[in-house]
Design a protein around this ligand. Structure first.
Ligand code: FES
Length: 118
């Protein structure tokens, strides 16, 4: 495992298009909220901050998917994002993207690649 890989959770803690795992990353010298979800079999992680107004997105802790389970949705004004790219597909910040974090799934564990945080 790479030196800067940090264990976030077990793979079986991330159900397909279901509840995500919240965690924190250090960015510009301060802790900021982040999350990881599983979608179409892959894991994806983002800074937990909507691109419309800088608020956390989950409508309940760890609940990021909309009712269709096809999009990540912001609880405040309903912007919806692609789970696979973080691109806002509809809502007040359409065309902008969530901040992507690099995660890797190996041997039943999900790791954050910390050296790639920007
Ligand atoms: S704060 Fe997320 S859509 Fe407005």
């Amino acid at each position: 495992m790479a030196e800067h890989a940090r264990l976030i959770c077990r793979s079986d803690e991330l159900p397909e298009s279901g509840k995500g795992i919240r965690f924190q990353v250090e960015r510009y010298g301060r802790p900021v909220p982040a999350f990881v979800v599983r979608y179409a079999g892959q894991v994806y992680a983002y800074i937990n901050e909507c691109k419309h107004v800088p608020v956390e997105m989950d409508w309940m802790p760890g609940e990021f998917f909309d009712i269709s389970h096809n999009y990540l949705v912001c609880a405040t004004h309903g912007a919806y994002y692609s789970p696979a790219t973080g691109l806002c597909l509809g809502g007040p910040c359409k065309g902008r993207s969530l901040t992507v974090l690099s995660v890797t799934e190996i041997d039943g564990q999900v790791y954050l690649n910390e050296q790639e945080i920007r």
